[in-house]
Design a protein around this ligand. Structure first.
Ligand code: GLV
Ligand code: MN
Ligand code: MN
Length: 439
């Protein structure tokens, strides 16, 4: 729990003590960085930490049927701008937040910074309301979304996809983790009712606008376009768009066999096909301007040193601003994979696991965020991102926008992801101003 502080500047810096409080949770000694997959001990501890911090602040904490945590700052009972009698007083609320799960061996900021800054920004908004400098017209909530990274069950932004209906709940419930546990069973074991999962009209009607603060995940603010003479970029940017992206599983099947008794000429080894496919995927991605194509995960089955695999699954992440180009790239990848497989006596099969179209954030919310943030960071730039976010999924339903905080390393999904304390506080100040203006 953090000490009460006085003064707005000190309150903004609370984001750093909040981040320090969770710095020991989910460290991964083998991979480095943090591994906090959904429903792991680490992620559950972080959720408990959030619930305790939100409750200590007087927020009303609830978990919805999709496992999203909401911490509500309701309107006072008698409020000039309050809801008419009989109407849902939470309808059209201003919502901010992010996620607490991580990729395997990820950095400390991807997700938690958006949650910690939301708590610190709330402290300031509450002070302003008490001082009479903020007159809210609507309710406010901090939301924490589960399984944003898709590290455990394979589909990223699973909580927001369920909330919006972007994924069929039956499909989501049948997703499995590496132990073969279904999302349905894992959710049930954590107190959720799988039958109640799916598009949630009430929860959606309660989001008037969604704003997510996030660590910048690339070199965007470190480029010459933005850096000053000292090579320093602005601390904060407003997001303009999210690159369209998707995930596919490419499975090569061959003949499992003995590493010692099977002659090199007698093999149908899917590992050989998969290895060549990895190189082909890199070439296909590199040949297309603006594209990214990545193989970050590969699993031989059964996976023994003295065993020729019978199957190799690899997962492909493809991104491009034009969704038709992404589709064409994936088609090309499958064609090449099938040719490669045939030459090795193997077969190749592709399965789409998720697909998210390019998102352009709401123009009017983006303008409002930029104007508010500019009070703290004059000339706040607009920045496109190649990373996916719950804000991108929610954008199909409600106006959404994002703030990015400078990452001097330009690295993310890796232990080297970094945010300076001063920048985290500046980002929190920009977030508080933006939320205050929108409230
Ligand atoms: C999530 O960070 C993603 O972009 O995959
Ligand atoms: Mn991420
Ligand atoms: Mn994230």
């Amino acid at each position: 729990m953090t000490e009460p502080l006085t003064g707005e500047a000190q309150r903004f810096a609370t984001v750093n003590s909040l981040m320090s409080a969770i710095a020991g949770t989910g460290r991964d000694a083998r991979r480095g960085g943090y591994s906090r997959p959904v429903y792991s001990t680490a992620e559950l501890e972080l959720r408990e930490w959030f619930v305790a911090e939100a409750t200590a602040r007087g927020l009303a904490v609830e978990r919805d049927s999709n496992g999203i945590i909401w911490a509500w700052w309701d309107l006072p009972d008698r409020h000039d701008g309050g809801a008419p009698a009989g109407a849902d007083p939470r309808a059209g609320a201003l919502v901010t937040g992010s996620h607490l799960d991580s990729v395997p061996g990820g950095g400390p900021f991807d997700g938690p910074l958006g949650v910690a800054s939301a708590l610190a920004a709330f402290d300031v908004l509450k002070m302003r309301e008490a001082a009479g400098t903020l007159a809210r017209k609507r309710a406010f909530a901090i939301a924490v979304f589960p399984e944003e990274e898709g590290s455990a069950f394979g589909v990223a932004c699973l909580g927001s996809r369920l909330l919006t209906g972007a994924i069929d709940p039956v499909r989501a419930l049948n997703l499995t983790d590496e132990r073969g546990t279904t999302f349905a069973d894992a959710s049930r074991a954590h107190g959720l009712d799988p039958d109640a999962m799916g598009r949630d009209e009430l929860a959606l009607s309660r989001i008037g606008d969604f704003v997510e603060l996030h660590v910048e995940q690339g070199r965007g603010l470190n480029t010459e376009d933005y850096t000053d003479a000292a090579g320093r970029g602005p601390a904060v940017a407003v997001a303009s768009s999210i690159l369209g992206h998707g995930r596919w599983r490419l499975s090569f099947t061959g003949q499992g066999n003995h590493a010692g008794t099977t002659l090199m000429t007698d093999r149908a080894d899917p590992m050989i096909a998969a290895s060549q496919a990895v190189l082909a995927i890199r070439s296909i991605g590199a040949a297309q301007p603006g594209a990214r194509a990545t193989v970050g995960r590969l699993e031989p089955v059964p996976g023994g040193t003295n065993v020729i695999a019978s199957r190799v699954d690899l997962w492909i992440d493809v991104r491009h601003p034009d969704d038709a180009v992404t589709a064409a790239l994936v088609t090309r990848i499958l064609e090449q994979a099938q040719q490669i497989a045939a030459l090795e006596g193997c077969a190749a099969e592709l399965t789409e696991e998720s697909l998210s179209a390019t998102v352009h954030f709401d123009a009017s919310l983006t303008r409002a965020l930029t104007a508010s943030a500019a009070r703290t960071v004059p000339g706040t730039p607009a920045l496109a991102t190649g990373a996916g976010h719950d804000a991108g999924v929610l954008a199909s339903e409600v106006p959404t926008g994002m703030l990015f905080v400078r990452n001097p390393s330009g690295i993310s999904h890796s232990p080297e992801e970094y945010v300076e304390d001063d920048d985290a506080a500046t980002g929190t100040a920009a977030l508080a101003d933006a939320l205050g203006d929108l409230l």
